[in-house]
Write a protein that binds this ligand. Structure first.
Ligand SMILES: Cc1cc2nc3c(=O)[nH]c(=O)nc-3n(C[C@H](O)[C@H](O)[C@H](O)COP(=O)(O)OP(=O)(O)OC[C@H]3O[C@@H](n4cnc5c(N)ncnc54)[C@H](O)[C@@H]3O)c2cc1C
Length: 438
């Protein structure tokens, strides 16, 4: 083994979206960062929602994402067709390679190898596959689902996703479509030219049939419902475990998990990359806090903030997935569906919230974690700290005062004051949501 002569503050292990965005943010904050990734992302399509695409755009990263195709997301759920949503299709092999290229251009040292790590006294020792060793102050664990093997984690029902490219699409029209069927659900996506991606999410328990024949069976079961006829044979089959999983540990100020390494969701949520990026933002704020205000108080704040955030996101997304599965009633007795209708539990997505409550929480303020009062509202059950740049609690307390509207107008002008006033009124008028179908 050799020790690297280069020295870095932070090592990021894994160069998917969570690792790349973490590395980029930390480099921007002035840290010396090294990123390890074997550069072997498998080719497949995935969908990015509008919120994440907007984040990429405002952060100047839209040009780094290779040609996302904007498509309408069709769903044939419970026998009803709808096309309310749209998404951007990205090919992950090129997207991740492009992100890593950009990260390297911004001054992050890129090592195209896997690596592992262990804590040694006040530092962390990272060992690359070549044997080179690096001593760093902190590690961002961004190894994706691989991070959960060999450690304490909580898993949902064993689920596998089998995907493959089809080279014959009768039309040039781009689309993405979710279709449930007895053994699971499929996602078919076509960016408008070239190949289409077809992916089936199934129970992982069937060890007998080879993946290709399971994929063909799923295709046969759903082909009549496809928005555009697809044909040909599958190539480049990709099999991925995709059960929801969360690490059963408290994040440590020296080793911070991000993205799937912290918690991986059901792909039905379509939220994995959004979570990857938002957890990278939380990790960089955590490191900024630890470095700018060293000490036990910051460490405790970071531990609490990260574990609450990871847990809340995981349970919100898994309950959301469960409620979506419950809405498909035609197959509820079939094994794939019945196993998942009560996972992770039977609790409502959110406890019904009536009116507006004030709660203490940890928020990111100016790049640093702080304890602050926030508002819990029926529309923002996880809490809201700012509304259009103004502290939400300030708006709420003015709203409740006798001459609230006038005082808001003095502070922010009449138009903004009216807008804040109606923002609060809208939330006070919300009725508690009905329980999810059980
Ligand atoms: C079937 C399926 C479909 C999905 N569809 C969508 C979708 O449509 N939209 C969406 O937003 N999300 C989707 N997701 C979720 C999404 O893929 C993940 O949430 C997202 O990629 C997580 O990003 P990440 O950076 O945390 O992990 P990953 O993207 O998994 O990246 C981890 C990286 O770490 C590297 N690595 C692993 N071990 C090591 C090591 N020891 N050393 C160095 N590097 C290492 C890997 O090679 C990889 O590059 C889907 C997931 C599945 C399983």
């Amino acid at each position: 083994m050799t020790s690297s002569s280069e020295s870095f503050d932070i090592a990021v292990i894994g160069g998917g979206p969570a690792g790349c965005i973490s590395a980029l943010l930390l480099k921007k904050q002035g840290f010396d960062v090294v990123l390890f990734d074997p550069d072997k992302t498998a080719s497949r399509l995935e969908g990015i929602g509008n919120r994440l695409m907007h984040w990429f755009t405002v952060n100047g990263l839209d040009s780094v994402i290779p040609e996302p195709a904007r498509v309408t997301r069709l769903a044939n759920w419970n026998g009803n067709s709808n096309d309310y949503n749209f998404e951007f299709l990205v090919e992950r092999e090129s997207m991740d390679a492009s992100l890593r290229g950009h990260v390297s251009e911004q001054g992050v040292a890129l090592v195209a190898q896997t690596a592992n790590y262990r804590k040694v006294k006040q530092a962390v020792e990272v060992t690359a596959a070549s044997g080179s060793r690096f001593k760093v102050k902190r590690v961002i664990d961004a190894r994706g689902r691989k991070a959960h093997s060999g450690r304490q984690s909580i898993h949902g029902p064993a689920t596998v996703s089998i995907g493959g490219w089809l080279d014959k699409c009768a039309s040039e029209k781009a689309f993405a479509q979710v279709i449930p069927f007895r053994d699971g659900w499929v996602w078919a996506a076509h960016p408008g030219g070239g190949q289409a991606w077809f992916q089936a999410t199934l129970d992982a328990v069937d060890g007998k049939s080879p993946p290709l024949s399971r994929l063909r069976q799923a295709f046969d079961a759903c082909r009549q419902q496809l928005a555009q006829p697809l044909s040909g044979d599958f190539n480049s089959i990709l099999v991925r475990g995709c059960a929801p999983v969360i690490g059963d540990f408290t994040p440590d100020p020296q080793i911070i998990p991000v993205g799937d390494a912290a918690a991986a969701m059901d792909p039905l949520s379509g939220n994995g990359m959004f979570w990857a990026v938002s957890s990278a933002l939380a990790a960089s704020a955590a490191i900024n806090t630890l470095e700018s205000r060293p000490g036990a108080a910051s460490e405790a704040l970071v531990e609490r903030h990260l574990s609450e955030r990871i847990g809340e996101t995981y349970y919100r997304q898994t309950r959301l997935g469960r409620d979506f599965l419950r809405m498909e009633t035609r197959y509820r007795d079939a094994p794939f569906w019945s196993k998942r209708l009560n996972f992770p539990d039977d609790q409502a997505l959110h406890q019904p919230i009536e009116g507006i409550q004030v709660k203490k929480s940890t928020v990111v303020d100016d790049g640093i974690l702080k304890e602050k009062e926030i508002l819990i509202t029926p529309l923002e059950p996880s809490g809201v700290a700012w509304v259009d740049g103004v502290e939400a609690t300030e708006i709420w307390s003015l709203y409740q005062s006798e001459d609230g509207l006038a005082r808001m107008s003095d502070l922010w002008g009449e138009d903004k004051a009216r807008w804040f006033h109606s923002w609060i009124s809208e939330r006070l008028a919300v009725q508690p949501p009905a329980a999810a179908p059980g």
